[in-house]
Design a protein around this ligand. Structure first.
Ligand SMILES: Cc1cc2nc3c(=O)[nH]c(=O)nc-3n(C[C@H](O)[C@H](O)[C@H](O)COP(=O)(O)OP(=O)(O)OC[C@H]3O[C@@H](n4cnc5c(N)ncnc54)[C@H](O)[C@@H]3O)c2cc1C
Length: 373
């Protein structure tokens, strides 16, 4: 059963919607394509409603309608960009948590989660400190925790390895982040967010995104000037061009090919956007950063660069994940919070996943206390 303790307070919380609108649950067994077909909309309208799919990383035929509907509802409701971006949100959360008595340790990496007889007994940091504890909420992917972090290895339950292997990773970003001389209009950019490509057939886009030998046929761009006008000095443009792709093709890239690939992808993505804006800004680039799944994996430790956790697909969606939550719990005292959690990916959803993990710890503590009485 769903309980209040793990339900996000946001109006669009997935779990809250599912609990309060039982009719909505009935569409959970249908894909976005199947439900949209029943609307009898003109193809042009369907095409306009389609592009946001890329942010959930599953073609419409394999994307549960419920997930698609949440995304679209958020999209139509409008969104906010914090003045100092996501870092501002993190800083605010840090302050709030510290006010409640917690302590942050920056520049520390947990290397090992120490387990004895199926129970957490502490962690060891990369620099060698051992911290004894009864509970760990792990932000690293279960893939990393179960394959590299649990010590001793003999404490990794067989079910945990099956769980990791049974989940398909969601998409990873390939991004080109640019600061360009000239105001956005001079660079052919007239709005905050653009989706563009030669087709809106998501199966076709999905096939194309698995192939890194051809130019991507679908990109999204964000021009931050339109949300935060002073994000760059006056007379400059802040533009990011992104494609969200499966990690698989990147796993076969040889080290000596990597930088050439990165440069080629960046150039192709810029060319694709130049077709939309009509202005070739490449001679005016003041700063450029290119990131691939490797970059994300290297800098934030996201497993194979997946920023969205595990895929939400017709055979593995939030209701199935929720139903399996107890069975997917393998080591006493070890909870997970992050994009790989039940509620899924994105910055807002991480609060729901964090609440669920905290509730898991509080429930276990209460049970232990009750047993001791
Ligand atoms: C370019 C880009 C654009 C995005 N845009 C959006 C957007 O517009 N809206 C949106 O909702 N989402 C967006 N996302 C996705 C969103 O950022 C992620 O879904 C979300 O941050 C995932 O949260 P997380 O806690 O799982 O991982 P993270 O935010 O990556 O946090 C994990 C943290 O754990 C730390 N860590 C990992 N392993 C260890 C360890 N062993 N010891 C100690 N610390 C460790 C990492 O350093 C990191 O700080 C975007 C992501 C990218 C890359």
């Amino acid at each position: 059963m769903l309980t209040d303790g793990i339900i996000s307070v946001t109006p669009m919380s997935k779990l809250k919607m599912l609990r309060e609108h039982p009719d909505f649950v009935r569409v959970a067994g249908y894909s976005a394509t199947e439900v949209i077909k029943t609307f009898d909309l003109p193809q042009k309208a369907v095409d306009i409603l389609t592009p946001y799919w890329i942010y959930v990383g599953e073609p419409m035929d394999n994307l549960p309608f419920t997930i698609y509907a949440y995304c679209m509802a958020d999209y139509f409701a409008g969104s906010f960009v914090p003045r100092h971006r996501s870092h501002e949100m993190s800083m605010k959360m840090q302050r709030r948590v510290e006010e409640n008595g917690a302590q942050f340790e920056f520049r520390q990496e947990v290397d090992k989660i120490l387990v004895k007889n199926g129970r957490v007994r502490g962690v060891r940091t990369r620099r060698g400190d051992e911290i004894a504890c009864d509970y760990v909420i792990c932000g690293a992917y279960p893939n990393r925790a179960y394959t590299q972090m649990i010590e001793p290895k003999s404490e990794v339950p067989e079910g945990a390895v099956k769980f990791v292997n049974g989940n398909r990773l969601n998409v990873c970003p390939v991004s080109v982040m640019l600061v360009i001389e000239g105001a956005p209009e001079e660079n052919g950019i007239t709005n905050y967010n653009t989706f563009s490509g030669e087709t809106m057939d998501t199966n076709e886009i999905w096939r194309n995104s698995r192939n890194i030998t051809e130019p991507y046929n679908f990109i999204t761009t964000v021009c931050l000037n339109y949300a935060v006008p002073d994000c760059v000095p006056e007379g400059y443009t802040h533009l990011s061009i992104t494609n969200l792709v499966p990690v698989d093709p990147f796993l076969n890239v040889k080290e000596e090919e990597y930088y050439d690939l990165k440069r080629r992808l960046a150039n192709e993505m810029m060319e694709e956007y130049i077709k939309v804006g009509g202005v070739d800004f490449r001679s005016r680039i003041a700063e450029i950063e290119v990131s691939t799944p490797m970059t994300i994996s290297h800098y934030v430790g996201a497993w194979k660069g997946s920023i969205y956790g595990y895929s939400h697909s017709m055979d593995n969606h939030v209701i199935a994940k929720k139903a399996m939550m107890a069975e997917d719990h393998f080591i006493e005292g070890l909870e997970f919070a992050g994009a790989h959690g039940v509620a899924g990916d994105g910055q807002g959803t991480q609060i729901t996943n964090g609440r669920a993990a905290a509730k898991g710890v509080f429930d276990a503590m209460a049970k232990k206390e009750a047993a001791a009485k």
